[in-house]
Write a protein that binds this ligand. Structure first.
Ligand code: ADP
Ligand code: MG
Length: 284
């Protein structure tokens, strides 16, 4: 669907953004981009929707190298939507409705279609009631949702989110997760740049680990344990649930397949008979 092939990027001040970065996003997949601060996550996302043009290498969309012609850029930005880390960088219209309408209007869609898309995007993000409100009066979490609505109104095939959980409280994080689940249920590919390794472990089916502008590893969700050393070397701890599960397995307390979340692990433990721990003590 979307593939970085040996992308190199130098910022105007010649600092290194990307260094031969290669990775692929499969259709309908849930991807986590992991990596320390400055590893190139934001720079890569900005290449994925061509806000930045690589100094070297190629970006492929649907198997074709992007030539960065006007027509191709327009098509790419319809198919691949980016939600910035900072909503204030993304929102610029006076009202919520105006902001979400901007993209579809720019596509030259007729008014009725635009209205329909905007209403659907606001409903999907739970922002219908705020449609007429001035953007500057919204909370950070609400602004974030307006940004997502603006991208959804374009009907993208790929949704890119840069640190979407940052600055959201726990309830808002849960709501965002539900929204991401809905969207990936509709077949949209999602790429989330994140520092939150536990979220990545619970949510992603594919992980891409960046370090110093390169992709060190791309692996499937069931391969986390095998990449332990690489993750540690790139400054990323193992997910807490996985560490705990491995310890419990070593102690013979759980033997089920790895849990993806603390809730799942607790459920597996709850299935153990109440006298299990006492019996184990006798054995020891
Ligand atoms: N506007 C910029 N000008 C110069 N260097 C930049 C700029 N933005 C990012 N960089 C550099 O590019 C590298 C990758 O940064 P970034 O993509 O922001 O990483 P991440 O999102 O993983 O924290 C870092 O070394 C960073 O200092
Ligand atoms: Mg970043």
């Amino acid at each position: 669907m979307l593939e970085a092939r040996g992308l190199v990027y130098r910022y105007p001040d010649s600092s290194r953004g990307l260094e031969a970065c290669s990775l692929a996003i499969a259709p309908g997949s849930r991807n986590a981009l992991l990596g320390a601060n400055g590893s190139g996550k934001t720079t890569l996302l900005q290449h994925f929707n061509a806000l930045l043009r690589p100094t070297g290498g190629e970006l492929h969309l649907g198997g074709q190298a992007l030539t960065y012609s006007r027509a191709e850029l327009k098509a790419l930005r319809c198919r691949v939507g980016l939600v910035f880390q900072n909503p204030d960088r993304q929102l610029f219209s006076a009202s919520v409705e105006e902001d979400v309408s901007f993209g579809p209007l720019n596509l030259g869609l007729d008014e009725a279609t635009v209205r329909e898309r905007v209403a659907a995007a606001l409903a999907a993000t739970g922002m219908t009631a705020c449609a007429a409100r001035p953007v500057h009066q919204l909370s950070h979490g609400q602004k974030k949702r307006v940004c997502i609505a603006g991208v959804l109104a374009m009907h993208p095939e790929v949704l890119l989110l840069d640190e979407p959980m940052a600055g959201l409280d726990a309830a808002m994080q849960r709501e965002l997760l539900t929204l991401l689940d809905d969207l990936s249920g509709q077949g949209i590919s999602i790429v989330v740049a994140t520092h939150d390794i536990d979220f990545a472990y619970a949510w992603a089916d594919r992980v891409h680990l960046l370090q110093a502008g390169r992709c060190l590893a791309s692996f499937a969700a069931d391969e986390w344990p095998a990449w332990r050393q690489t993750l540690l070397a790139a400054g990323q701890p193992l997910p807490a649930v996985l560490e705990l599960q491995q310890q419990l397995q070593r102690l013979g307390i759980v033997d089920s397949a790895p849990a993806r979340s603390l809730t799942e692990l607790v459920a597996a433990l709850a299935e153990k008979p109440a006298d299990f721990a006492v019996d184990r003590r006798k054995e020891v």
